[in-house]
Design a protein around this ligand. Structure first.
Ligand code: CDT
Length: 330
C-alpha cells in the first residue's frame, strides 16, 4: 500500500495549533487489475475473481475498488460477426443481474464501493461500453458511457485481430459527468477516453478530484506498429498529464495479459494531482494496488498554477468545440 502523502506535505502542517493532516479528507482507493478473461470463461467465474479482488482490496483498507473496462467478458470487439445479434450474449441487459448480484452483495456487506466496466444493450436496443459506480451502501451513483470509441466500423480481415469497437458501441452523446460520491467529486472515463485532453478538462471544469478509468490496451497497434513499444509510456504520459493539469487523482486499471492470443498492457496505476505515480501494478494478472488519496492535495494545484478562473482563456479556445479535425492555415 502506498501512503500517498509525501513527507513534505505532512511536516508541520498546523493551523491555530491543530494538525491540518488530521482534518484532511482521504479516500483509500484500490485499482483491481485483472489478467485475461478468455472466451470460455463464464460471468460466474469472472465474478468469483472480482469478489476475491474486492476482498483483498478491503483487507488493504480500500473504500473504493476500480475494476477494468469490459471486466465481465473477454474483449469481444477483437472478433467481427456479420450479424451483430450473434454478439448479444456479450452485453448485459441490467445491472446488477443474476451473475453480478454476488459482487454487489459482498461489496455492500464489506461497506466498499466499486466501479465496474461492462457492455450493455439498453431498452431501445442501443449498445454502450459503460462503467457503473456503486457507493459503499450499495446504491448506484451513475453509469458512464464511453465517449471516444476507437478502432473501426467494418471488418478488416487483413488485421491479425480486429478492434471493431465502432461496430459494437455507439459513442456517448452525454459527455463527462462529475458526481458527489465517496465524500468527494468523482468522474469516470473509459480506456481510449484517457488519451484525449478534453476528457480531463471537461471534468476539471466541474472540480473533479478523482477520475476512474478502466482499459483494455493491446500492445500491438495495427495501424502503426512503431507505437507498440511505447504503449506503457503513452499510458502513463496521458494519465499523469491529465492528473497534473487538472489537479486530480487518476486511477487507471487494466485488463492485461494474453487474452485469446492478444497481448494487452498491464501497468495499472494511481496518479496523484502532482502527476506522480504513487502505486503501479507489477504483473499483467489479477493484482490489487492501493493508495490512500489525500483529496485536499487537489486544491494545491487547482488554487495555484491551475487556478482556472484566474488563468484560463476560453475566449481564445473556440476551435476546441467549434471544429473536429485540424484546419490548416492558408
Ligand atoms: N479499449 C480501448 O479503447 N483500447 C484502445 C486501443 C487503441 S485503439 C485500437 C486504447 O486507447 O487503449
Amino acid at each position: 500500500m502506498s501512503g500517498a502523502v509525501p513527507r513534505s506535505h505532512s511536516a508541520g502542517l498546523t493551523l491555530h495549533g491543530v494538525n491540518i493532516l488530521s482534518m484532511a479528507r482521504h479516500l483509500t482507493i484500490a485499482a483491481a487489475q485483472m489478467g485475461p478473461v478468455q472466451k470460455e470463461h463464464t460471468r460466474e467465474q469472472v465474478v468469483v475473481r472480482l469478489i476475491a479482488l474486492l476482498q483483498q482490496a478491503h483487507r488493504m483498507g480500500a473504500e473504493l475498488v476500480v475494476f477494468p473496462e469490459l471486466a465481465l467478458t473477454t474483449f469481444f470487439p477483437r472478433w467481427f460477426v456479420d450479424d451483430i445479434s450473434e454478439a448479444d450474449h456479450w452485453y448485459e441487459r441490467s445491472m446488477p443481474n443474476a451473475a453480478t448480484q454476488p459482487l454487489f452483495d459482498e461489496a455492500k456487506r464489506l461497506g466498499v464501493g466499486f466501479c465496474l466496466g461492462y457492455a450493455t444493450i439498453d431498452e431501445a436496443g442501443r449498445r454502450w461500453n459503460v462503467q457503473t459506480l456503486v457507493e459503499r451502501d450499495g446504491s448506484i451513483v451513475a453509469t458512464y458511457k464511453k465517449t471516444h470509441i476507437p478502432g473501426h466500423e467494418h471488418h478488416e480481415p487483413d488485421r491479425p485481430f480486429q478492434h471493431a469497437e465502432r461496430y459494437y458501441f455507439e459513442p456517448s452523446p452525454e459527455g463527462f459527468g462529475v458526481w458527489r460520491a465517496f465524500d468527494s467529486l468523482v468522474g469516470m472515463m473509459i480506456c481510449n477516453d484517457r488519451r484525449w485532453p478534453e476528457t480531463y478538462r471537461e471534468m476539471g471544469l466541474q472540480g473533479v478530484e478523482v477520475i476512474l478509468c478502466g482499459y483494455n490496451t493491446p500492445i500491438h497497434y495495427v495501424p502503426d506498429p512503431s507505437q507498440d513499444i511505447l504503449q506503457g509510456f503513452h499510458n502513463a504520459l496521458v494519465m499523469q498529464a491529465g492528473a497534473y493539469q487538472n489537479g486530480t487523482w487518476v486511477v487507471g486499471v487494466a485488463k492485461g495479459g494474453v487474452e485469446e492470443g492478444v497481448d494487452s498492457l498491464g501497468q495499472s496505476m494511481i496518479v496523484a494531482p502532482s502527476g506522480q505515480i504513487v502505486a503501479q501494478t507489477l504483473t499483467t494478472d489479477d493484482e490489487v494496488i492501493v493508495a490512500r488519496c489525500d483529496l485536499d492535495w487537489c486544491s494545491r494545484y487547482k488554487n495555484t498554477l491551475f487556478d482556472f478562473e484566474r488563468y484560463r482563456r476560453p475566449e481564445v479556445y473556440s476551435r476546441i468545440t467549434g471544429q473536429r479535425g485540424a484546419v490548416l492555415p492558408d
